[in-house]
Design a binder for this molecule. Structure first.
Ligand SMILES: Nc1ncnc2c1ncn2[C@@H]1O[C@H](COP(=O)(O)OS(=O)(=O)O)[C@@H](OP(=O)(O)O)[C@H]1O
Length: 410
């Protein structure tokens, strides 16, 4: 008898869940306002700006109905509007929002290794691919003039495809939001192919304002040499054999000359450092369009990859995401490495060129350190600047009396 009674109760509960979910879907289609007004007027929606710095969304209700309803509506989502509706529902035991986080940049700062580390974590889920670049390719096609003959970066994804496929929606639902989807389009933090940082930052904020943002930064000259080497590698291939993301910009004209032996790496790096937004520009732009600093986590590449500080840096990232650091792997992998293939002993350059590059990046390095200190990410500016200053001093110390030096990347 007791079993029969329990069975009846479960059947009624299941029926209620289906009915409630059906109503939710109908209301979700009518718009987020209708949904929250009709069903959850008394429940406090997740406040995107007030997500706790070291946790996921606070569970607002332990009631299984909330989670089932949330998952049901999420499983039907094809648009950002629908995701916003889902994220305004009571969490009901969901540990993570959908999607949960993005590594937005900067390129060449071990983002592939970090992304792999996080998506291989028992609480992580990979986007497919690591860098969907939806918000640069599909929403910010600017009319920035490109060199003659170069093709534009085609948008190959619909909103539906991005939400469901690139963001691995079905996997997230299957894990009952106990695991977190992380994507890693590293062109977002600093803009890409004419898509401005401000427009990317504003677009993502409009679409998914709850997302947590990870921003990795590396000593700027090393980062830019690493990036130019990668682009030069692409440009040395016939166009049809280049990776999908490689669309030529003005910057690449210098690299083409470099490949032909008509320009130096220093010239190309100098040009790119002068024209690309600095870390400080990018960072301020993201905060400037309204991203609350609690949702932004800066990571210094040099601290991430160093044996003595790496573990602590990884733990901080995991805590920021609401991951359990005890479940994370011991070490960061080393992916996407090229430094041992091209000039492993350092890039030859004249002392005056090295000094000029350092003086070019120093004010921006100071600015980002000041910004990070001001917002409480680091205790003092020196905490942030020390590894970069050490790299500059180390490289200047390689110069011979005749002024021939080597720049070894961090
Ligand atoms: N664990 C570890 N230790 C030391 N260095 C590491 C590690 N993981 C990645 N890297 C270096 O990071 C560079 C690649 O960065 P990204 O993956 O962000 O590049 S990309 O923008 O996604 O193409 C690339 O730098 P370069 O080799 O100088 O090009 C990698 O060597």
């Amino acid at each position: 008898m007791a079993d029969a009674g329990r069975g009846r109760t479960q059947a009624v509960a299941a029926l209620l869940v289906v009915l409630a979910a059906g109503v939710l879907v109908l209301l979700a289609r009518a718009g987020p306002g209708a949904l929250s007004a009709a069903l959850f007027a008394s429940a406090r929606p997740l406040e995107h700006g007030s997500l706790r710095r070291h946790g996921g969304p606070a569970p607002l209700s332990r009631h299984g109905l909330s989670l089932s309803a949330r998952l049901f509506v999420l499983s039907k989502c094809k648009t950002f509007a629908c995701l916003r509706t889902v994220n305004a529902l009571p969490a009901g035991g969901a540990k993570f929002n959908f999607p949960h986080a993005m590594i937005i940049g900067f390129p060449k700062c071990a983002t592939t290794s970090l992304w792999n580390y996080l998506v291989l974590h028992p609480q992580g889920i990979r986007s497919r691919p690591k860098e969907p670049h939806y918000f640069t390719r599909c929403r910010n096609e600017s009319f920035f003039p490109l060199p003659e003959g170069s093709k534009r970066w085609a948008c190959n994804s619909t909103e539906d495809y991005y939400v469901r496929m690139h963001l691995s929606l079905a996997v997230a639902v299957k894990t009952r939001l106990q695991r977190a989807v992380i994507e890693g389009s590293t062109g977002y933090a600093g803009g890409h192919n004419g898509a401005s940082v401000a427009s990317i930052a504003a677009d993502i904020r409009r679409a998914m304002p709850w997302v947590k943002l990870i921003v990795a930064m590396r000593e700027p000259i090393s980062q830019m040499i690493s990036l130019m080497v990668h682009h030069a590698e692409q440009l040395s291939r016939p166009p049809e054999q280049r990776d999908y993301w490689m669309v030529e910009t003005w910057e690449d004209l210098c690299l083409e000359a470099y490949i032909r032996g008509n320009a130096t790496m220093v010239e190309c790096v100098r040009g790119a450092l002068q024209t690309r937004p600095s870390y400080a520009d990018g960072f301020s732009m993201w905060l400037g369009v309204g991203w609350p600093w609690e949702q932004v986590h800066p990571v210094q590449y040099e601290k991430l990859v160093a044996p003595d500080t790496g573990r602590r840096t990884l733990d901080d990232v995991q805590r920021f995401l609401g991951f359990d650091p005890k479940l994370g792997a011991e070490w960061l992998p080393r992916n996407n490495s090229r430094r041992d293939m091209v000039n492993p002993n350092g890039w030859p350059m004249r002392r005056k060129d090295m000094e000029e590059l350092i003086e070019l990046v120093r004010p921006n390095a100071d600015r980002i350190a000041w910004e990070l200190q001001r917002r409480g990410y680091v205790t003092t500016m020196d905490d942030w600047l020390q590894p970069w200053r050490e790299a500059w001093d180390r490289n200047l110390a390689t110069c011979s009396p005749k002024g021939d030096c080597k720049y070894v990347l961090t």
